[in-house]
Design a protein around this ligand. Structure first.
Ligand code: NDP
Length: 631
């Protein structure tokens, strides 16, 4: 056995040992929801709730969720000539994730050129390669204003029920503000990660100091603001942060700078690569932003993240580097032009390029990943002065086991004398008392606990949205999805006419650029609704057969290397509990994001709406027996 193989085996053993330390039998049950005695954690600290009268009217389209999904679908519908649109959101404005998450240091890890949707349409140039939260939130406001989406919007409003009215062929929508209105079409853009969760640490309810979740940041308490003003009110406070995921990595540096003392409670270290942010030069931006530029950039990112051998990498960041390394390993010394030619022929013949059998791909991925993670661990040593702290900050798992993080400020924060990393050896905080937290058997007394403990994740729509969709004949979506997700294109369900789900499952499933998923779904929604309206159809839904075929196709997906069950536990791999059937059925297109986007582009271009039924009849029940298929 070569030294290299031995070293690789030793690393894999270390990975397995670290995973074992973190594995717990309660999986997702370890967290608590922000309800009952914890409901105060869910309150909106950003805007007061305004009084208003309940709404009782009819709109053409109701969009549940005014984050990127609602905004982009609304914008594309407006562009397609559908103007009677209502956004509904539990937040006090549009923005979704970026309305709620105003924690200091918030920034997006995906390049703004592809992350901020509708840049071309709104004529906006991002200020930096990776922009801050407030700039993203502002862009959401820009989209809403640009496309006139505020007019009928309802904020601080939670949908409580959506039911299909067979007689009138409309959806009846009721809300927490006593609204009771109808809509011909509904689209749900409720987001993959919007229900904040707290760690179910014994005694969590007993803490007498201040505590809040990062998605409900209380600047009244900390001082400062999300634009970077110093959090002066923390200067005499002892602060604890629980959680070192993408949020913790971003809010810890400003907290280290502002607090009297900061204790960072770590269960699993994140992999933290360099950020390397740059300002965007207006001259450069002008030179690249020729018509159609944003789609080209989004497509280029997908190509670089996926199967092909792209001729250029427009984004050139930590995400595309992962694929670049794997590609380099597979190709070895093969000249690039030969590989590209083989790839092109492979595509023409519909075969995978350059001998990429799954074993070869997996081995190349493993080798490239071990090299990368060695670099990331070495970076910790080169930045963090205290040897033990550096050791504890090293991530021992493949990079895509947990969400990769990118920051130039996180590791240096641990060189501040007021900042202490409390590594819990994978066990987490043991207990919370009236005055502080117990970890490794020691009490840390603090004035404030900040929970950077993440969000609920999974395919359970009803739990995440707080309502069930009740379709034709009283069928509930929770029943339709009782044995796993069933959709056509991840977007529409048989028996739920005129309803659209804007989400990633059974679709592109691309976590590295969620807006691309949304932009693509929005284009499909706009085309379908516009066709139905232009031709006077009363409803549209997928056939049972088309839906079943799509699910079958999804189940042929062998599974991605992201969030493998061998990974250290986290929300990407169902807390290490193995994949339930529901999870397997919620994965993406077997051709990856590229495969899905290509399929949808071809589907839209064909224009025959394959798999959909457009109903002309007034009486829908009769129509469902003998549908009039118009395409
Ligand atoms: P995560 O779920 O990624 O992280 C939660 C953190 O809380 C983990 O470190 C977890 O530890 C820790 N934790 C949970 N319970 C305990 C406990 N009992 N004791 C100690 N620690 C505990 O949530 P985030 O909010 O960080 O990120 C969620 C997602 O939001 C990201 O994956 C990303 O998609 C998105 N995001 C993107 C950002 C960006 O673009 N830069 C910024 C912020 C968020 P463990 O790992 O052991 O489970």
């Amino acid at each position: 056995m070569s030294d290299k193989t031995l070293a690789k085996d030793a690393i894999k053993e270390k990975y397995a040992a670290e995973r074992a330390k973190r594995l717990r039998s309660d999986g997702n049950e370890q967290y608590v929801r922000l309800e009952g005695e914890f409901e105060n954690y869910a309150k909106d600290p950003h805007l007061p709730v305004c009084e208003r009268s309940p709404v009782k009217d009819h709109v053409t389209v109701a969009l549940v969720g005014a984050g990127f999904s609602g905004l982009v679908v609304g914008a594309q519908l407006k562009q397609a000539g559908i103007s009677d649109i209502r956004l509904i959101d539990k937040g006090g404005d549009v923005g979704g994730t970026w309305y709620w998450n105003r924690f200091p240091g918030a920034r997006c890890d995906t390049a703004a050129m592809i992350y901020l949707p509708l840049l071309e349409e709104t004529g906006y140039m991002p200020s930096e390669k990776y922009v801050r939260g407030p700039e993203i939130f502002n862009h959401c406001l820009r989209i809403a204003r640009h496309f006139g989406l505020y007019r009928k919007a309802l904020f601080h409003t939670e949908v409580t029920s959506i039911e299909w009215q067979t007689e009138r062929e409309v959806w009846r929508i009721r809300t927490s503000r006593d609204d009771d209105f109808t809509a011909k079409y509904v689209a749900m853009g409720t987001g993959p990660l919007h229900v904040a969760k707290l760690p179910g640490i014994p005694g969590i309810e007993t803490f007498k100091g201040k505590s809040f979740h990062t998605s409900r940041w209380e600047y009244d308490f900390t001082g400062g603001d999300e634009f970077g003003d110093p959090k002066k009110r923390l200067a005499d406070k002892r602060v604890a942060v629980i959680g070192t995921g993408a949020t913790g990595v971003q809010c810890i540096p400003p907290l280290a700078a502002a607090s009297k003392s900061l204790f960072v409670f770590q269960r699993t270290p994140s992999s933290v690569d360099q950020r390397n942010n740059q300002k965007i030069d207006p001259d450069w931006f002008q030179s690249v932003s020729t018509p159609g530029w944003q789609k080209r950039w989004m497509d280029n990112f997908v190509e670089n993240m996926g199967g092909g051998i792209p001729s250029e990498d427009l984004i050139d960041d930590g995400w595309t580097e992962i694929s670049r390394r794997v590609r380099k390993k597979i190709l070895g010394k093969t000249p690039l032009w030969v590989a590209r030619a083989v790839s092109r022929i492979g595509k023409t013949l519909n075969r995978s390029p350059s001998g990429r059998n799954p074993e070869r791909l997996r081995a190349a991925f493993e080798d490239a990943d071990i090299e990368k993670m060695d670099e990331i661990r070495a970076r910790v040593d080169s930045v963090v002065q205290d040897e033990q702290t550096a050791e504890n900050l090293k991530a021992w798992y493949p990079q895509l086991c947990k969400r990769p993080c990118f920051s130039d400020e996180y590791l240096p924060a641990f060189n501040s004398p007021n900042t202490t990393l409390v590594d819990t050896g994978g066990k987490g905080v043991e207990q919370i008392t009236e005055t502080g937290l117990i970890a490794n058997g020691r009490l840390y007394e603090v004035d404030c606990i900040i929970y950077a403990s993440g969000f609920e994740y999974g395919a359970n729509f009803q739990l995440k949205s707080g309502f069930d969709l009740v379709g034709r004949n009283g069928q509930k979506l929770s029943e339709h999805w009782g044995e796993g997700l069933r959709t056509l294109h991840g977007l529409q369900m048989h028996g739920f006419p005129n309803a659209f789900m804007i989400q990633m499952n059974q679709a592109a499933n691309m976590a590295s650029n969620i807006p691309h998923n949304i932009v693509d779904h929005a284009a499909t929604v706009a085309q379908i609704v516009s066709h139905a309206e232009t031709n006077g159809f009363s409803s549209v839904e997928p056939t049972r057969e088309a839906e079943a075929e799509w699910v079958e196709l999804i189940l042929t997906n062998p599974g991605s290397m992201i969030g493998s069950t061998d990974c250290t536990p986290g929300f990407w791999n169902n807390e290490g509990q193995g994949w339930s059937k529901e999870f397997k059925q919620a994965q993406g297109h077997p051709g990856g994001a590229a495969g899905f986007f290509q399929h949808m582009e071809a589907w839209r271009t064909a224009g025959d709406f394959k798999g959909l039924l457009f109903h002309a009849a007034k009486n829908h029940e009769a129509a469902s027996e003998k549908p009039e298929l118009v395409s």
